[in-house]
Design a protein around this ligand. Structure first.
Ligand code: AQP
Length: 349
């Protein structure tokens, strides 16, 4: 049996959706729609792995879930042609995560840098779910036997773990999978798609840290819901260094803030870093920041306006999610029937 190419990716509804999520992930999601069957998920079960104050409690979670859905649609994802839904509506994610918990090894999870960063000094106090996050992520992807996963650079290690889990499942259950007709292994080894000009957008306050939803400083990120004045202010106040911009990419070495701002400009203007530098080389940051604010507002303002329009009708967003969940379930359920058979669970189906 051959495996059909299928794209899966997700975004957490933890609030503060930012330009990094947009450039690193959502624009990639949009671009894949013509070439692949795509499943885009608002991963609400991942969101609750963090402290309640991070995801805003029940009302915050529902609001943020609708906001990410609105961002998907406003960015150009077509929820009729492809699947858009929230994770908790499809039980296959949790069921497969349990099986994968028994496939993944503690040593593998102990190496995950995102857990170390997010748990920080409070490791003993982090939720078990936060530690197990990458296993649930493997289940998200593989419940659909997805083959390609567009993500930002920060998710590379988690994708490698998904491949390790798929590989170990295929090896552990090779004989029963073959008996069920899957001679080449049951799960595909999902490929990360980390492409495009802004796979790692950095904080506006510290060019060595990624732009992040959970950074305590709102000035560190451009949010997809920021208005033009707020965007201009955040860019004006973005950290820089005292030198003018260089004319060539080599000159950005050791200047993380300059590199980040040029990278954002290039991504938004559809240019290469070199093209942007040939335009702004020798300029002071104050002049460059005006141009950067302009292109950022040009991109964010229409998306934000469309998001607001969509969010005015929450019932319609919920309908999109329900329809997506029905179609997602229709793909995942037969896969789970086979998974259970391959593992040896007795089932009436
Ligand atoms: N700074 C970034 N640059 C490029 N891509 C990024 N992504 C996240 N931050 C950047 C990509 O956005 C997608 C959705 O991310 P997520 O919702 O799973 O959250 P995350 O990766 O944990 O990062 P966030 O949004 O900054 O949240 P927190 O603060 O909780 O860590 C992913 O494809 C991700 O790679």
């Amino acid at each position: 049996m051959t495996i059909k190419e299928r794209v899966f990716s997700g975004v957490q509804p933890t609030g503060n959706l930012h330009l990094g999520n947009y450039l690193g992930a959502i624009t990639r999601f949009v671009a894949l729609q013509d070439s692949h069957d795509c499943i885009y998920c608002v991963v609400d079960m991942h969101a609750i792995t963090q402290a309640v104050s991070v995801w805003g409690g029940p009302e915050g979670l529902a609001q943020n879930t609708r906001e990410v859905t609105a961002a998907f649609i406003a960015a150009g994802i077509d929820p009729e042609r492809h699947i858009v839904f929230n994770q908790s509506q499809v039980s296959a994610h949790a069921e497969l995560a349990w099986i994968f918990n028994c496939v993944a090894r503690m040593g593998w999870l102990n190496r995950m840098t995102q857990f170390k960063e997010k748990a920080g000094k409070h490791r003993e106090n982090a939720s078990v779910g936060l530690y197990d996050y990458p296993v649930l992520m493997a289940a998200d992807i593989l419940a659909y036997r997805a083959t390609h996963v567009p993500v930002g650079e920060d998710q590379k290690q988690h994708l490698e773990l998904s491949r390790d889990i798929a590989q170990k499942f295929n090896t552990d259950f090779a004989a029963s999978a073959a008996e069920a007709g899957y001679e080449d292994g049951f799960f595909p080894l999902p490929e990360p798609l980390i492409t495009g000009p802004a796979t790692r957008v950095m904080s506006l306050r510290d060019g060595t840290k990624k732009m992040s939803k959970s950074d305590p400083s709102d000035m560190s990120r451009i949010k997809m819901t920021d208005d033009a004045d707020t965007i201009a202010k955040k860019i004006r106040k973005a950290k820089t260094d005292p030198e003018p911009l260089p004319s060539e990419a080599d000159g950005l070495e050791g200047r993380p803030e300059a590199k980040n701002l040029i990278g954002i400009y290039a991504a938004l203007a559809g240019q290469s870093e070199d093209e942007a530098l040939s335009q702004f080389g020798g300029s002071q940051f104050s002049d460059f920041k005006k141009a950067l604010a302009e292109v950022t507002v040009e991109l964010v303002a229409p998306v934000a306006a469309e998001m607001r329009r969509l969010l005015d009708d929450p019932a319609e967003i919920d309908r999109v999610l329900a329809s997506g969940a029905d179609r997602a379930r229709a793909i995942a359920e037969p896969i789970m029937v086979d998974v259970k058979k391959i593992v040896g669970f007795i089932s009436s189906k």
